[in-house]
Design a binder for this molecule. Sequence first.
Ligand code: TXE
Length: 514
Amino acid sequence: MGQTIISQNPATLESLGEVNIGMREQIEAAVEKATIASKSWAALDFPQRARFIYKLRDLICREKEGLAELICKENGKPMIEAIVADIFPVLELATYFAKNTYKLLRREKIWLGKWSLMGRESYIEFYPLGIVGIISPWNYPFSIPCGQIIMSLMAGNTVVLKPSEYSPLVGLRIGELFKEVGIPEGVVNVVTGDGRTGAMLVESKVGKIFFTGSVNTGKKIMESAAKTLKPVTLELGGKDPMIVCEDANLEIASSAAIWGGFTNSGQVCASVERLIVHEKVIDYFQDLCVQKALRLRQGNGMDPEIEIGAMTNRMQLEKVEAQVERAKKEGAEVLVGGEREMQFQGHFFKPTLLTHVHPDMEIMQEETFGPVIPIIAFKNDKEAIEIANNSHYGLTASVWSKNLSRAQSIASQIEAGTVMINENVYTYALSETPWGGPKDSGIGRTHGKYGLLEMVEWRHIHINRATRVKNFWWYGYNYAKYQFILRLCDFFFAPRLWQRLLSLFKVIWWGTRL
Ligand code: TXE
């Protein structure tokens, strides 16, 4: 290989810098460094690891504007979104995991019922995986990889990060931030590159892969990891439904729909990709959405007044454009937008609302990952749930209603990893709650206790305190032992109490003959 990637500002198309495409030697060198660092890093206790993470948090907080500028330039998002959705969640996550990892990974006792009464004890202890490989996307180039590195480190692992080829400079800056707070050499390693570099990381000797990206690439990673039985956590996006009931606060819900569908130019795994609105209010709700969409200011995200920035790369812009064109051919009607924004040089797509769609159209089935919201009506809750579940994805969903018990009932019937009520999109920023979903949305979780558990190995320790007694199931098989075991089964599991009591006598009788 030996080639380079030119990082480009998608709003202006100016070049921001050039980085190497990592080759096998670079991946192997990074994994080697991470391996050497791994023992001493794992030997640190939680407060010692946390000290680095608190320092990192303080540094990120000090540098937030500079970081936001870099994120905005390389990714195209507005400055406010770079702070709110990339930097703020990392500050939160760093604080949460620095403070709580020792509690979340505390030894867990398991109650063994009758075995506990026989002097047995079990507990689970968690220990680091070793070296974790992180392959990250471009849509949240700071919060996704930085959050996963922090969690990995707090769990005692060292890391090799392969950032997206569309956000290599942010990836490298993350590596520098860790260096600046004095993280020991080899604990955090960044190798820039493209899919080939990522594939080599999967083939390397890392203990686990954390991947965020497309379904196709996720499948390739799983296939490759299967060769060495390497575990994977995959976060593969969504086609998230937003259900608006007729009793919802429509003013609030329409603002939520517009923000939830268009923030980050819709390049969000949890963005509103299907708006499902009760037929009684759909006309009024659509009007509200149209008015709000038309008011949005689109342009270079460096201007703090801008609300919708550029799409991050040409590939994604063309994908969205082609999908919208096909939707139009299939009968979708454009309420707003529906085409590129040509007044700027960069990769801009107009915020788009589509109507006259049906649940089986591509625009209602395949992830768009752009500022496009198709709107569809429902008659009753059953139909809303059916439309929501008619998807091969299941990351998040939202339900909007003033009637919380109705909303909760709908929420419990939706096939998704997270269902929000009168809220959407943002729970990725809650460090405490798990993120991930079923179906094609991936495998495993990130964030919260359940996410942290994906970053460790589990060891079950079992103790027998009754050291003077031989187990009855050991050798010395004979007829009495056979009868004893039969009666023991009855004593524990016979359906009636009298049968159990009767078998107790037999257990004792045969027990004395062992
Ligand atoms: O993703 P890829 P792309 C979805 C979204 C988007 C589509 C394609 O629908 O339109 O994916 O985006 C690395 N082995 N999401 O092409 O290819 C790659 O270098 C190992 C949803 O950018 O999945 C990058 O670092 N790694 C999503 C990362 O994988 C490989 C976020 C993601 O790239 C590899 C982004 C391979 N064979 C896109 N091939 C979400 N879940 O939020 C590529 N990579």
